[in-house]
Design a protein around this ligand. Structure first.
Ligand SMILES: Cc1cc2nc3c(=O)[nH]c(=O)nc-3n(C[C@H](O)[C@H](O)[C@H](O)COP(=O)(O)OP(=O)(O)OC[C@H]3O[C@@H](n4cnc5c(N)ncnc54)[C@H](O)[C@@H]3O)c2cc1C
Ligand code: FES
Length: 263
């Protein structure tokens, strides 16, 4: 059993019109891809990917999606929150690899963090968003020396007009060969990446998010069909071979009471 540790928020920044980052000191160290459960007393508890761990502080990038996350956006510096974790699996890499990163939305956080650690890898960073204002952490990502920054927006307001998946496929058509593909974001985007990687036999790691409650394998809310494995423990980061065996991946997920919701 894990109990939340109460921490004080040190810093809050509006990163994009949708997303704020929250920084607080936390005693346990994490790896990119792992998540914590953030608890607002009287409101709810919600899973959030760790966007950055500097060895002393965590950063979370939280998008206002519904009631709990809107209340998180109303928090101020010095306010207290409860944190449990870190939980789950994480991304892996080897020195010298050529890596393609395809994040969407708040997925920019863990991928940026991984890029800061994988300094001996050559990374093509295909950051995608609907428009320029939503390109989360773009300024930080483009400063990294091991990164070729390749943004794309649906409306063409920054980078290539279109989806980041198309941009990545164009690079491969040009002959760029990747040792590894890292993706995190909307499931249908990751599903498209997964299919392409399987077809081209490129190793890929992706983050499958399911409705999480306990976060440590007890409640069963995050079990996936047909394997019955828990995404809070055997995920969220899985390799493409495992993703290919998850029948519901790219098809449907379950809500808080286990009802199927198609993508
Ligand atoms: C492993 C993991 C990492 C995540 N990382 C981030 C992150 O870094 N930043 C971020 O902004 N969001 C992240 N999310 C999503 C975030 O947990 C939900 O957006 C948030 O819980 C919405 O809560 P709400 O009450 O504001 O909205 P609601 O209106 O309650 O929900 C909106 C939608 O969010 C999803 N959701 C709600 N509660 C949960 C839950 N307990 N578990 C999973 N999904 C839920 C559902 O799809 C729901 O339809 C992550 C989810 C998971 C599972
Ligand atoms: S969230 Fe409870 S088993 Fe995964």
């Amino acid at each position: 059993m894990d109990f939340p540790l109460v921490v004080k928020i040190k810093k809050i920044k509006q990163e994009t019109p949708q997303t704020k980052s929250f920084v607080f000191e936390y005693p346990k160290r994490a790896k990119p891809g792992q998540f914590v459960n953030i608890w607002l007393p009287g409101v709810n508890e919600r899973p959030m990917s760790i966007s950055f761990d500097d060895g002393k502080n965590y950063t979370l990038a939280i998008a206002a999606a519904g009631e709990s996350t809107r209340q998180m956006h109303a928090l101020r510096v010095e306010d207290k929150i409860g944190i449990r974790g870190p939980y789950g699996t994480h991304y892996q890499w080897k020195d010298g690899q050529r890596i393609a990163m395809l994040p969407g939305g708040y997925g920019a956080g863990p991928t940026y963090w991984m890029a800061t650690l994988a300094t001996k890898c050559k990374i093509d960073f295909f950051l995608g968003a609907r428009d320029k204002s939503l390109l989360l952490f773009a300024d930080k990502i483009k400063k990294l020396k091991n990164v070729r920054f390749l943004p794309s927006t649906n409306d063409g307001s920054a980078g290539v007009k279109g989806f980041n998946v198309e941009c990545w496929m164009q690079e491969m058509e040009r002959g760029v060969k990747y040792d590894s593909v890292i993706t995190i974001g909307p499931e249908l985007m990751m599903y498209a990446v997964s299919k392409q990687c399987a077809k081209r036999k490129v190793p890929c790691q992706l983050s499958i998010e399911r409705y999480m409650k306990c976060a440590f394998g007890i409640c069963g809310n995050c079990c996936v069909d047909d394997l019955g494995i828990t995404m809070c423990q055997q995920g969220p980061v899985v390799d493409n071979t495992l993703a290919g065996k998850i029948a519901e991946f790219g098809q449907y997920h379950r809500d808080d009471v286990g009802r199927k919701k198609e993508f």
